[in-house]
Design a protein around this ligand. Structure first.
Ligand SMILES: [Zn+2]
Ligand SMILES: [Zn+2]
Length: 285
């Protein structure tokens, strides 16, 4: 089971990060995509990814941090995208709910990162809060036909689900879908199976029943169990489907290959030797 969106480098995990990571793998997690939100976090996110072949990195600037997406920072980000374990650009996007940065800054940072994703061939991890009407046309205009992306922690309704997936984008389903099953049932029914990814967004959005408190990857199964019936699947069918979608979307290696390499003690070499990580994929060149 792959957690396609976590922030394990956040201070929320400073006291017990190693325990949280080993608990994740003990509870059936086979991969984690560790998502950065600001340039100051890139080194730590890369360090986490390079320390374990089951952890992958996304480099980007979150809309809340949009002012930090300076030309110098974006150039630095482009260079680091070739580092081992980097599988995506993000998270980036637009957030009209919380005004942590100006809309102008958010838009400028987003457009730059769409361009970087297009150039690199990496998929985008998209944060969208009440901004679908602006984001979808912007992705088409700036990204062209080849741009790939996931609307993480998908927050739209049926119309947005249809609009997003009709353009080939994926949706990340997380703890929020466990809070109000009636609200989500029609949305889940509108999703094509190949568009579904699972995520925690840890430390945020701990799944029901105890939604208060810190979330962590080990709890991802709760979300899968909660929504599988509404998708017409068993939990294990949903996990297999979402994992296959995640491996295809992020270009991750098949289960087993990367995990075995951990025993060799040379994670980076094994990862690049397998040819499965994005930095070595032909579409990046
Ligand atoms: Zn987000
Ligand atoms: Zn996030």
């Amino acid at each position: 089971m792959i957690d396609t969106h976590a922030h394990l480098h956040f201070p929320d995990f400073d006291a017990d990060r190693a325990a949280v990571i080993s608990r994740a793998f003990a509870f059936g997690i086979t991969g984690i995509v560790e998502i950065s939100v600001a340039p100051g976090a890139w080194a730590e996110v890369l360090r986490l990814a390079q320390a374990d072949p089951r952890i992958f990195a996304a480099l980007g600037v979150h809309p809340h941090e949009a002012a930090a997406a300076t030309p110098g920072a974006l150039r630095r980000m482009e260079r680091r995208l070739a580092d081992p374990g980097v599988v995506a650009v993000g998270e980036t996007g637009l957030d009209r709910v919380r005004g942590f940065s100006s809309h102008e800054d958010q838009r400028r940072a987003l457009i730059a990162q769409i361009g970087i994703a297009r150039e690199s061939g990496l998929p985008l991890v998209i944060h969208c809060r009440e901004a679908f009407d602006e984001l979808i046309p912007l992705l088409a205009r700036e990204g062209g036909a080849a741009i790939r992306g996931v609307f993480h922690c998908f927050s739209g309704g049926v119309a947005e689900a249809q609009a997003v997936t009709a353009r080939g984008f994926l949706v990340g389903l997380g703890g929020a879908v466990t809070y109000a099953p009636e609200r989500w049932r029609p949305v889940l029914a509108a999703l094509p199976r190949e568009a579904i990814l699972l995520e925690t967004d840890a430390p945020f959005l701990r799944p029901a029943p105890d939604r208060r408190g810190r979330n962590e990857p080990a709890l991802l199964l709760r979300t899968a169990e909660a929504i599988a019936p509404d998708l017409g699947m068993t939990c294990s069918e949903l996990v297999a489907l979402a994992d296959a979608n995640a491996r295809r979307f992020f270009g991750l290696s098949a289960p087993g290959a990367a995990v075995e390499s951990a025993a060799d003690g040379d994670v980076a070499a094994e990862r690049s030797a397998s040819g499965s990580a994005a930095p070595d994929s032909p579409e990046r060149s």
